[in-house]
Design a protein around this ligand. Structure first.
Ligand SMILES: [Zn+2]
Length: 487
């Protein structure tokens, strides 16, 4: 009470003193958990590109200022870009090994939305309090189909009845129930890999889209066909999906448009732009490499794959050893299974996809004990180093839009918490990536896929530094679940 009376007494002739006192008090109170000083803050939503100081407390951005801020921890970001943390909509590897490589490539939120899972609760439970970065999953049509067909999940994608058997009415009903249950338990989206389940009828896919629509979930789809050869081209496959989106009203997200499209990619992008102009909710993504990677046992390598991709045995590289394949080694490995890189694209196609205003960037990554595709560890640094700095194929603002804001917006209708990601604004989650735009570059290659990118200096997940001075931090798990509300 005394303080209050004194406070009131100060109003009047000595008002300016009160003002000084209260601003002193304010600066003491406003000591943040973490401050990031003098960085070039780039926010694609507000189009901010300016030197600012950030104050972070309790995992949230609390101050964005040109004035001085103080905090218990300080990062001097002079000369560095401070961006919203990168959001990867397509990352299969979701364990400690993969998370470390993602963080070192600037990723703060890593989502498995294409293949997804068949059991949403179990998937999230496995990662609770154990994740370096934010994580989330879709309920997958592949998983639902494997469950309905009683195929054991031995690999990421099926090679038994779930790939090759037409579904009965009862099996389609069971798949719909699996999707529904997953969505009720907060799955972020619905995933599809139709090329891996070629026996799934068009009606079966429509039935799955109908379920997605009821939950406002986007359908993240690996299309039924690749390449340009008719019938069965990627153009026909995209027609199926745009039709499904129009018929059912479900939002559509076409995954890795460039690796499925190959030479047809510019036409696919045109179709997506046209569909959007008809008010259909259609989006897409690509990754910056001329080869894809998948399981050699999968349906992608069923009879006739050479014609589909326009390639031969020599264009396949065995991930475990780096050797190029022959007819003999192909047949041998096809029996055992394993990951194989598929060199089916050109630099021109990849650059055209990256430059398109409708593409987001997503990695499609997975590493297993250091083996896999370089996209896991290098996608984002490669975009910022090779395509922004070296080739000037797109501006830094446009590139960051494709890897932060666009993926956040894709999901926020179903997952409202995504409105607090992909942005640097007051109240947003303190997921931030701080990098040197002059030196950032990918180091992973097809020979050595498990190499950290360079130039990522600090990565902050919910206010906690998971990369410090370019070094990955261990034994900290600030990652949180990205999950839709239960209903
Ligand atoms: Zn795929």
């Amino acid at each position: 009470m005394i303080n209050l009376r004194n406070g009131i007494a100060l109003i009047g002739p000595i008002g300016p003193i009160a003002l000084i006192l209260s601003s002193l008090l304010f600066s003491v109170q406003s000591s943040y958990d973490l401050v990031i000083l003098n960085g070039r803050v780039i926010d694609p939503e507000s189009k901010t590109d300016a030197i600012r100081n950030l104050g972070i407390s309790n995992g949230t951005i609390k101050a964005i200022s040109t004035g001085k801020l103080s905090g218990r921890n300080v990062i001097d970001a002079r000369g560095l870009v401070v961006s919203p943390g990168f959001i990867d909509l397509h990352q299969h590897g979701q364990n400690e090994e993969n998370n470390r490589f993602k963080a070192m490539d600037g990723v703060t939120t890593s989502l498995e939305l294409e293949v997804g899972t068949g059991d949403v609760d179990a998937w999230y439970t496995q990662r609770e309090q154990k994740s370096l970065i934010n994580y989330g999953v879709s309920i997958g049509h592949i998983g639902a189909r494997m469950k309905a067909m009683r195929e054991a999940p031995v690999a990421l994608v099926p090679s038994g009845p779930a790939a090759h058997k037409a579904a009965t009415e009862a099996e389609i009903i069971e798949m719909k129930q699996t999707l529904e249950h997953g969505l009720k338990r907060g799955a972020v989206a619905v995933g599809f890999g139709i090329q891996y389940t070629p026996s799934a009828s068009r009606w079966e896919i429509l039935e799955m889209f109908r379920v997605a629509e009821r939950f406002g979930a986007s359908c993240h789809v690996h299309m039924r066909h690749a390449g340009v050869k008719e019938p069965g081209s990627s153009i026909q496959a995209l027609e199926e999906l745009i039709a499904a989106a129009a018929i059912t009203g479900a939002p559509l997200h076409v995954v890795h448009v460039q690796s499925t499209g190959g030479p047809a990619t510019p036409k696919l992008l045109q179709m997506i732009i046209e569909a959007k102009s008809r008010n259909l909710d259609v989006t897409t993504e690509c990754y910056p490499y001329i080869a894809g990677m998948t399981d050699i046992k999968s349906a992608l390598f069923d009879e006739g794959w050479q014609d589909v991709f326009g390639i031969d045995y020599k264009d396949l590289q065995w991930a475990a050893t780096g050797e190029r394949l022959t007819k003999e080694t192909f047949n041998e490995y096809r029996k055992t299974g394993g990951m194989v890189a598929v060199f089916s694209m050109t630099e021109e196609i990849v650059a055209a996809a990256i430059k398109s205003p409708v593409t987001m960037i997503a990695s499609d990554g997975i590493l297993e004990r250091g083996k896999g595709h370089p996209r896991t560890a290098g996608t984002y640094s490669r975009i910022l180093g090779q395509y922004v700095r070296e080739q000037r194929a797109l501006t830094l603002m446009d590139a960051l839009t494709k890897i932060t804001l666009m993926p956040a917006k894709r999901l926020e209708r179903r997952v409202p918490s995504m409105k607090n990601k992909g942005r640097i604004r007051l109240g947003a989650d303190a997921d931030l990536t701080i990098f040197d735009a002059q030196t950032i570059i990918d180091k992973s290659t097809f020979q050595e896929p498990a190499k950290y990118s360079e130039g990522i200096r600090f990565v902050i997940v919910n206010g906690v530094s998971v990369v410090k001075d370019g070094q990955p931090q261990s034994n900290i798990y600030p990652g949180r679940a990205v999950r839709a509300p239960f209903n």
